[in-house]
Design a protein around this ligand. Structure first.
Ligand SMILES: Cc1cc2nc3c(=O)[nH]c(=O)nc-3n(C[C@H](O)[C@H](O)[C@H](O)COP(=O)(O)OP(=O)(O)OC[C@H]3O[C@@H](n4cnc5c(N)ncnc54)[C@H](O)[C@@H]3O)c2cc1C
Length: 492
């Protein structure tokens, strides 16, 4: 059983059906369509996270060096996603790759001496690894202007500026991708998708999960039995994990963060920008609310957005309840939740301030990246919600984490995905890890291994260590998905 019809369930369901076409899969989604929460195009930024431009993946160490380990892991994961998508195109499961993936340069842009020094060091550290070779660096304003003119238009400051640009970047419409995967799943034998069906509760009995489901339209409740359950309910995963009662889920809590964008409505401005430009986070800001000025491709049209402005909320889903946070507080997670809250007062303060931002303050933040921005060219849009993971911690009582976490029981009959960063881009590697935990026997069998190598040809090998494999895979995915096969200058 798959709970939730977002990118995570879509990816797992498609993988399982490819690995064993005989599997019966029941999908339950509380809303009337797939990809209506975080996975919808306008609810996320659509960045194919490869750590080319996101500065929070390359922290500066106390000794001044740059830690690139997270960046390498994320870049490898995204390469695996591209391989799986290329396989799906070749199988005819996805018709037209341009419906969901586009090539777009990924840039980082900073100002101020300290930030320029950091970006230069980051570029030097990253380009030691072949995954990032071909990334360009400049402190020359006219070169930055040629890459992304809006960044420099009317910029009066005498502050030094610097930018990096990686031409291998992508924009991904995860909503379109999710919907086409469900479309195909629903046509497969043995798959039933139940929309407008909310999962209320689940208990294990005699080796099976008894899942209580409500038909949202009629209010009718029923119980469905399943030997394996994936809780891919996005923000709704934590409450269901806690209800499952598995010991591995005890102590987990959630910290919800809402999001808003400024969406450009002026076609002339949209046409002048062709990049995803990430900057540095404000003091106290959560790492996932690093501001960025993003070109998007949605429904065949080029768009431009800026944000996200994160905010304080008590809802776990965009279509959730204001009581979500309070209902998630249990005796088992009370201490971690309170401790994480006490340790993150600056974050809470930042989020409350963000909610109260005036339109002028929002425009000021945008002008950091596009100084000539005019209020009349932008409208406010509501983004998706994220529930950051709160975990038990021996020393601190509870800690707030910004990554994703798969929680499963010992026997692998249930798994839940918590957290949302780096998110959809890494769905394939997350699901490969989940399969290893929940289907260990089949994963060890030659039949599954062979199929996995067809779906993700680099499966079991390291793209971060093997430069030749990385070039080969990028050439393959680039050719099939219609995106660049290598970064210019990457070979040197
Ligand atoms: C502002 C923002 C920007 C982001 N930017 C990026 C980005 O640039 N790149 C990137 O890779 N990722 C990004 N992400 C993260 C990415 O969007 C998520 O990681 C991903 O969409 C999560 O997919 P999911 O399937 O887990 O959840 P969702 O897409 O939220 O799907 C969960 C589904 O479960 C359903 N559900 C919930 N509870 C129940 C229940 N009880 N019963 C039945 N159904 C239920 C929901 O209705 C929903 O349809 C961003 C997220 C946000 C919020």
């Amino acid at each position: 059983m798959l709970i939730g019809a977002g990118i995570m369930s879509a990816t797992l369901g498609t993988m399982l059906k490819q690995l064993d076409p005989g599997f019966r899969i029941e999908i339950f989604e509380r809303l009337e369509e797939a990809a209506t929460e975080s996975s919808d195009a306008w609810n996320n930024a659509g960045t194919g996270h490869s750590a080319f431009c996101e500065l929070n993946y390359t922290p500066e160490q106390p000794d001044g060096s740059i830690d690139t380990s997270k960046a390498v892991k994320i870049a490898e994961s995204f390469e695996q996603s591209k391989q799986f998508w290329a396989y799906l195109v070749q199988q005819g499961i996805i018709d037209v790759p341009a419906d969901f993936i586009h090539s777009i340069p990924h840039m980082s842009f900073v100002w101020g001496e300290d930030n320029v020094r950091y970006l230069k060091k980051r570029h030097a550290a990253l380009t030691e690894c072949h995954l990032f070779r071909g990334m360009q660096y400049t402190e020359d304003a006219s070169e930055i202007r040629s890459w992304a003119p809006l960044l420099l238009a009317d910029r009066s400051s005498t502050d030094p500026v610097a930018a990096t640009k990686m031409d291998l970047g992508t924009d991904v419409n995860f909503g379109a991708l999710t919907r086409s995967l469900f479309e195909c799943l629903r046509k497969s034998d043995g798959v039933n998708a139940h929309f407008n069906h909310e999962v209320l509760d689940l208990q294990q009995q005699d080796g099976f999960w008894q899942v209580r489901v409500k038909d949202v339209a009629t209010g009718e409740k029923s119980t469905v039995e399943a030997p394996f359950v994936f809780i891919g309910a996005g923000g709704g995963s934590l409450p269901l994990l806690l209800k499952s009662g598995i010991p591995e889920g005890k102590g987990f809590g959630g910290f919800p963060v809402s999001g808003q964008w400024l969406r450009c409505t002026n076609e002339e401005v949209i046409a002048q920008h062709e990049a995803k430009v990430y900057g540095t986070a404000a003091v106290g800001a959560p790492p996932m609310s690093v501001p960025h000025l993003d070109t998007r491709w949605i429904k065949g049209k080029r768009e431009l957005l800026f944000g996200p402005y994160a905010g304080f909320t008590t809802r776990f889903l965009k279509h959730g309840s204001v009581l979500d946070l309070f209902r998630s507080i249990k005796l088992s997670n009370l201490v971690p939740m309170i401790s994480a809250g006490l340790h993150n007062i600056p974050l809470t303060k930042y989020l409350i301030e963000q909610v109260r931002l005036t339109p002028e303050a929002r425009l000021d933040a945008l002008r950091g990246y596009y100084p000539a921005a005019r209020a009349e060219d932008w409208e406010l849009a509501i983004a998706g919600y994220r529930v950051q993971v709160i975990k038990k911690d021996e020393d601190e009582g509870g800690i707030l984490e910004f990554g994703t976490e798969v929680v499963s029981n010992d026997e692998g009959s249930i798994a839940a995905l918590l957290g949302a960063s780096p998110g959809a881009s890494t769905a394939v590697s997350i699901m490969l890890g989940l399969l290893g935990r929940c289907f260990p026997q089949q994963m060890a069998e030659e039949a599954w291994k062979q199929k996995l190598r067809m779906m993700v040809p680099s499966y079991g090998r390291s793209l971060g260590k093997d430069a030749a494999l990385c070039s080969e895979m990028r050439a393959y995915t680039g050719r099939v998905l219609g995106i660049p096969q290598a970064a210019p200058g990457a070979a040197s």
